[in-house]
Design a protein around this ligand. Structure first.
Ligand SMILES: [Zn+2]
Ligand SMILES: [Zn+2]
Length: 295
């Protein structure tokens, strides 16, 4: 047997902790589905293909992990967060004000010292124990630059290289223990009250297969965003909501990263002259109504 690569060693180590892991492509997006999967509608959770359906491919099985890592050379190793791994991660993004928000959280005693990762882009992932009841992944309310990754989410693991900086993700050395989430932190991560009811708007079915699979994620994303761009003035808000639902389904299928999806939708909303509040409400509602990691 040949020496395992650093990524495989890390994958096996994570699996040994009971964390299901999978591989992202070099671009930090889930690996594209195979040619066959889009042909028939099926349950991504039981598909069984090594690298299809994004995080649904995550496993703790050593032999399977070796095959997955081997199938995506140069990719990033990622761990599913949420009840499935028992992990809930505070994701601090300094490029969007995360450092200041983290200081506030520390001052308020919400983020006790715990196992953490320094990301390849200067950010921080704080690992906590998932409390056991459902906690969706979402941007943390009122805390700029902080994402909360739990059910429906994933984070990149060391020693993966960041897709833009090419710097490695590294384990922090100060704490090796995954702490419980303080109750106040759980509360701070819970979804805000739901926004006003909006009505779904049918989106373009381009780039989907008859079975509802996604054959061309880029084209499908463009179709959703174009619908917003071309919507008449009075219909833009509901069209954005409809687009958010469509894009949420793409996130659920692992065809696009959730953060990228929200960025693209937010941008489309701004171009359609929607207020930040309406944009947030449309995206949050669309994601929630598709039953996935709410935005
Ligand atoms: Zn497949
Ligand atoms: Zn499949």
């Amino acid at each position: 047997m040949t020496t395992p690569t650093p990524i495989l060693t890390a994958a096996l180590d994570a699996a040994g902790r009971g964390w299901p892991v999978f591989m992202l492509g070099r671009s930090k997006r889930p690996v594209a589905n195979c040619e066959d999967c889009p042909k028939d509608a099926h349950d991504p959770a039981t598909c069984g293909h090594l690298t299809c359906h994004g995080f649904y491919a995550a496993t703790t099985d050593p032999a399977r992990l070796a095959a997955i890592v081997n199938a995506v050379p140069g990719g990033q190793l990622a761990v599913r967060t949420g009840a499935v791994s028992g992990l809930a991660v505070i994701d601090v993004d300094p490029a969007h004000g995360g450092d200041a928000s983290l200081s506030e959280l520390m001052t308020a005693g919400l983020v006790p010292r715990t196992l953490h990762v320094h990301t390849g882009s200067g950010g921080l992932h704080l690992y906590y124990r998932h409390p056991g009841h459902e906690l969706p992944s979402r941007p943390m309310p009122n805390r700029a630059g902080i994402d909360f990754k739990a059910d429906g989410g994933y984070v990149v693991l060391p020693p993966s290289l960041h897709h833009r900086t090419h710097l490695p993700y590294r384990w922090g050395t100060a704490a090796d223990h995954v702490e419980e989430m303080p109750p106040a932190l759980i509360t701070a991560c819970l979804p805000a009250p739901t926004p006003a009811e909006l009505h779904p708007h049918p989106t373009t079915a381009a780039a989907t297969t008859p079975g509802g699979g996604i054959s061309h994620p880029d084209k499908l994303l463009s179709a959703h965003l174009d619908a917003v761009r071309h919507a008449p003035k009075g219909k833009r808000r509901t069209t954005l909501y409809g687009a958010a639902r469509g894009v949420a389904r793409m996130v659920a299928a692992g065809a696009i990263d959730r953060t990228d999806a929200i960025t693209a939708l937010t941008d489309a909303g701004h171009r359609a002259a929607q207020t930040p509040r309406d944009i947030q409400a449309a995206i949050t509602g669309g994601f929630r109504d598709e039953g996935i990691a709410a935005a």
